[in-house]
Design a protein around this ligand. Structure first.
Ligand SMILES: C[S@@+](CC[C@H](N)C(=O)[O-])C[C@H]1O[C@@H](n2cnc3c(N)ncnc32)[C@H](O)[C@@H]1O
Length: 308
């Protein structure tokens, strides 16, 4: 193991991972199509706790690090710092993305009277999670969180509570499998009523644009008129050219692999939907309030669209 690599957790996944040949100094490299040894789990039936590995940086934990959280391992900090040195605005991207989430959920739960949220790619619980923002405005709001990172699941179980009038549930599923997500979410959400499908910082992990488009279409076909789609997505536009090298580094040293997309590509996810003003812009500028107006523009698109 190199200087920036942590010892694998003493779990079944960790023990298996520890026998694999390191491919970089930041960990043991990816083994499968969606990421590293940590993802050995889904097909093995391992408990989430056993799927957690601490020796290769994972997006949910590094995102938590950039947001100033505490739920990460040394390797996540090391990779997070390296990315920051290559792309200094990444912390601002993470904060702007979360602030956008807060503004959008407030708008949807308030003015738009949405009472159901399907939040795919939840991330580790942080401040102002979707259910907290929504249920503050509408205590009867029902929220389903979806993520495939085992550490998100273990934290979510402990931290994602609900108002007595509403509901919060968590689905351990892969965004590549929208049918499985819809089946599981139906236990909490009524797909006969409008749903806000939240895909913040997640489509960038679906590397094939046609597949990403098909996933969005499948999800939006399952919800009725009056539903919403919310997306944030990293880009090399909006001054984000510097992110190209950082993403290459990420893809060689961390998991899951990521891609940036152009505005035109993001627009292609919104076919048949009505874009809310101001359309596809930096998430830092999407209906920015006074506080957000002060924040820098970041290379992360934010968009909200309504199903007519
Ligand atoms: C950048 S974080 C975004 C978190 C949150 N949505 C936000 O905007 O702050 C991306 C999240 O997507 C999850 N993720 C990545 N690939 C996934 C997949 N194929 N299926 C489900 N979740 C995935 C990661 O585990 C991580 O928690």
């Amino acid at each position: 193991m190199g200087p920036w690599t942590s010892r694998p957790a003493d779990t079944a996944a960790g023990r298996q991972a520890s026998t694999q040949r390191p491919s970089s100094r930041y960990g043991s490299g990816r083994q499968g199509p969606y990421g590293g040894a940590a993802n050995v789990s889904d097909s093995t039936g391992q408990a989430p706790e056993e799927r957690i590995t601490s020796h290769i940086a994972h997006n949910a934990r590094v995102w938590n690090y950039w947001l100033g959280g505490k739920d990460h391992y040394p390797v996540d900090e090391q990779v997070g710092d390296q990315v920051t040195s290559m792309y200094p605005s990444i912390g601002e991207v993470a904060r702007a993305d979360r602030a956008f989430l807060g503004r959008v959920v407030s708008l949807l739960a308030g003015e738009a009277e949405i009472r159901q949220f399907l939040d795919i790619g939840t991330g580790l619980p942080t401040v102002e999670n979707t259910h907290e923002v929504a249920q503050r405005i509408a205590p009867d709001a029902r929220i389903v969180y979806v993520d495939n990172d085992p550490i998100v699941l273990t934290h979510a179980r402990a931290l994602l509570t609900s108002s007595p009038e509403g509901a919060t549930s968590y689905v351990d599923a892969d965004a590549h499998e929208p049918d499985a997500i819809l089946r599981a979410a139906a236990a909490t959400l009524d797909f006969g009523r409008p749903v806000a499908v939240m895909m913040l910082g997640i489509l960038n992990f679906i590397l094939d644009t046609d597949e990403a488009r098909a996933i969005v279409r499948r999800l939006m076909d399952a919800v009725p008129s009056g539903s919403y789609l919310v997306i944030t997505h990293p880009t090399l536009e909006l001054g984000g050219e510097g992110n190209a090298e950082a993403m290459k580094f990420w893809n060689e040293n961390a998991t899951p692999p990521i891609t940036a997309r152009s505005k035109a590509e993001v627009e292609s996810f919104l076919e048949g939907l009505e874009l809310l003003e101001p359309g596809i812009v930096s998430c830092a500028r999407w209906r920015a309030d006074a506080a957000a107006e002060e924040a820098p523009v970041v290379a992360q698109f934010g968009v909200v669209a309504r199903k007519p």
